[in-house]
Design a protein around this ligand. Structure first.
Ligand code: 5RP
Length: 242
């Protein structure tokens, strides 16, 4: 099976948590897109849900598939969000933002009663940080913001190159919110809480791609089957479904 098949398998598994009448948050990226495809089939078959997308790309996909859409202003509390991730550790801490949608993804996730992360097994890591941490920053004062990230991150043991994300046209990538993304290649983020706290102190930082204490379930598909990581039980659990 390919990574694509595993992404689809994780997305399929997540569908069982969706019930008619729910208000859903729809994530961004190739794994979340598979969930949107599968959800659309259920909607065609009669499932009644209203969805808030986390990006313009997901909005366009869902609208094209006939999924009923809303905004977070019209629908500020959601029952469930299903999204992907770039890295997932054993405590369901995440790096997100590879697709550049981290700000809306975090706003939508935090507005949701339950957050399910779907991924193929390559996203599971022991320690976050191999995937460069995306940090969304305002365009104004970019160099000063970049320097401050470098300095405050070093204080919590994170050092590495910080690159302005570029699009395929070579120009700076601009998020749906009109901001830039700095990709911070720290390699190992030993103190994710400390780094998050540090990044929050920087005025030019809009949001960062560390999602800590946000995901409730992680559905990870790979050669081992489908693994469900849960933060919902008092005793943190991992269940593998062959
Ligand atoms: C977008 C994200 C995505 O969820 C993340 O990049 C994973 O994407 P993919 O499923 O394509 O690997 O955070 O901002």
């Amino acid at each position: 099976m390919s990574a694509d098949d595993w992404k689809r398998q994780a997305a399929e598994h997540a569908l069982q948590y969706v019930e008619s009448g729910m208000k859903l948050g729809l994530g961004t990226g190739s794994t979340a897109a598979k969930f949107v495809d599968l959800l659309a089939e259920k909607v065609k078959a009669g499932l009644d849900v209203v969805c808030v997308p986390t990006s313009e790309a997901t909005r366009a996909q869902a609208a094209g598939l006939g999924i009923r859409l809303s905004t977070l202003d019209e629908t500020p509390f959601l029952d469930l969000t299903v999204d992907g991730a770039d890295e997932i550790d054993a405590e369901l801490r995440l790096i997100k933002g590879g697709g550049g949608a981290l700000l809306r993804e975090k706003i939508v996730a935090v507005a949701s009663q339950r957050v399910i992360i779907i991924a193929d097994h390559t996203k599971r890591v022991e320690t976050l940080g191999t995937f460069p941490l995306p940090v969304e920053v305002v365009q104004f004062g970019l160099a000063a913001t970049r320097d401050m990230i470098e300095s405050l991150a070093a204080d919590v043991g994170c050092e590495g190159t910080i690159n302005l994300r570029k699009g395929s046209d070579g120009k700076p990538f601009v998020t749906d919110n009109g901001n830039y993304i700095l990709d911070c290649a720290f390699e190992m983020i030993e103190d994710a809480d400390g780094l998050e706290d540090a990044l929050k102190l920087i005025p030019g930082v809009v949001e960062n791609g560390l999602f800590i204490g946000i995901a409730d379930l992680g559905i990870i598909a790979g050669p081992m089957g489908v693994e469900v990581l849960s933060n919902e039980d008092p005793d943190f659990s991992v269940e593998t479904i062959a």
